[in-house]
Design a protein around this ligand. Structure first.
Ligand code: FAD
Length: 355
């Protein structure tokens, strides 16, 4: 039986909750369909020692400051999960967990949302499905040859799973730095960290707080037609959170250039040097999880969907939230998703009022 609702929000992570918070304030009738069986979005799947790169008060969703975590300047992932679960309850957001959306289709003046828990006809849809379910691993020659373990950031949990093994960590971003440091500090896991360019740490006195300000300044410059300030990328790629700083300052981060191929027993560089490995961890990023939107035929360059703010240019009943700067400056962060969520909710409320 098909149910009718003004808005379906796809994804029950922070972006979906931020959208729900603003839709609720505007009195819009909506439901949230989240594939995960429990609250917390991707945060419930992240590795044991992961900590935020910003303090709690700079990692808050609209309406509710994230409480500090006793003894921690930078809260851990479990604290974020608790915060998001509390947020969902506090604002009575109608999230259906364990409801994966398979497809969104046009259906006359409505959009049809097909989930494994039922079908909805909606005036508008907010897609907030994140990137965690779309890990990216580059096609490096020899990947099929390597006899050791290969896993992506999404599968990594703790150093104990690699005790006594030689590990190559690939990727020069925050995940690569934090996982290489996690393993190196454990003491019994020889780690080689391979990056395409030498790791660029943000200055130690700078943490995630600046990411939002810099991303916002860049967006403003671009919107006002001024030259591109380069955003966060011009500052560096890695926030030197305490464990990363400790491993770096202790000389435990054995950084090598990216290798061009894998062998059955490890990795090989162009000059013939090799590193034997028992495991390779690909901290090589993610792609937006947009497969459910395929029936709308909106895909543009680089796998993104062209948007004006959060609104899909070719389908004004669809908004995209939380996927990265292309859906709003720093919108893929806790503190950055609030503003685009508010703007999307306002546009949707106006659309619902008129059709
Ligand atoms: P997610 O948290 O991934 O939530 C998306 C939800 O959508 C999931 O629950 C998923 O199950 C669901 N979903 C997916 N597909 C479907 C479907 N078809 N139907 C229904 N539901 C679906 N940000 C910060 O602000 N501070 C940090 O310190 C920080 N550190 C990070 C560290 C790592 C390792 C990573 C990967 C990211 C980090 N981020 C950080 C960025 C960002 O805050 C997180 O990625 C966050 O999880 C993004 O939230 P989201 O709601 O957009 O996506």
């Amino acid at each position: 039986m098909t149910q009718s609702v003004d808005v379906v929000v796809v994804g029950g992570g922070q972006a979906g909750l931020a959208a729900g918070y603003h839709l609720r304030r505007l009195g819009v009738d909506f439901t949230v369909l989240g594939a995960d069986p429990a609250p917390g979005g991707a945060w419930q799947h992240m590795w044991d020692s992961l900590h935020l790169f910003s303090p709690a008060d700079h990692s808050s969703l609209p309406g509710r400051l994230m409480p500090t975590q006793p003894g921690e300047t930078y809260p851990d992932a479990g604290h974020v999960v608790d915060y998001l679960a509390d947020y969902e309850k506090r604002y009575g957001l109608p999230v259906q967990h364990g409801a994966r959306v398979g497809a969104v289709r046009r259906d006359g003046d409505r959009l049809l949302v097909e989930a494994d828990s039922g079908t909805w006809r909606a005036r508008a849809v907010v897609s907030a499905t994140g990137t965690w379910s779309r890990p990216f691993v580059p096609a490096v020659p020899g990947r099929g040859l390597f006899a050791g373990r290969q896993l992506h950031t999404v599968n990594y949990r703790r150093p104990a799973d690699f005790a006594g093994q030689r590990v190559v960590v690939v990727g020069g971003g925050n995940s690569g730095a934090q996982i290489a440091a996690d393993l190196a500090l454990a003491g019994d896991v020889p780690v080689t960290w391979a990056t395409r360019r030498p790791p660029r740490f943000l200055p130690d006195d700078i943490d995630g707080r600046i990411l939002f300000d810099v991303a916002t300044a860049r967006r403003r410059a671009l919107d006002e037609g001024r030259s591109d300030t380069g955003g966060v990328a011009s500052l560096g790629d890695i926030v030197a959170v305490p464990p990363v700083r400790a491993a770096r300052d202790a000389g435990l981060l054995d950084v090598k250039p990216m290798f061009p191929e894998l062998t059955t027993t490890g990795v090989r560089w162009a000059d013939g040097t090799r590193a034997e490995a028992d495991a390779v961890i690909w901290c090589t990023g993610f792609r937006p999880a947009l497969a459910h939107l395929a029936p709308l035929g909106l895909r543009g360059p680089r796998g993104h969907i062209p948007t004006a703010g959060t609104r899909a240019v070719a389908e004004p009943r669809l908004h995209l939230l939380g996927y990265g700067d292309w859906t709003g400056p720093a919108s893929a962060t806790l503190i950055g998703v609030g503003r685009p969520a508010r703007d999307a909710a306002r546009e949707i409320a106006a659309l619902c009022a008129h059709n």
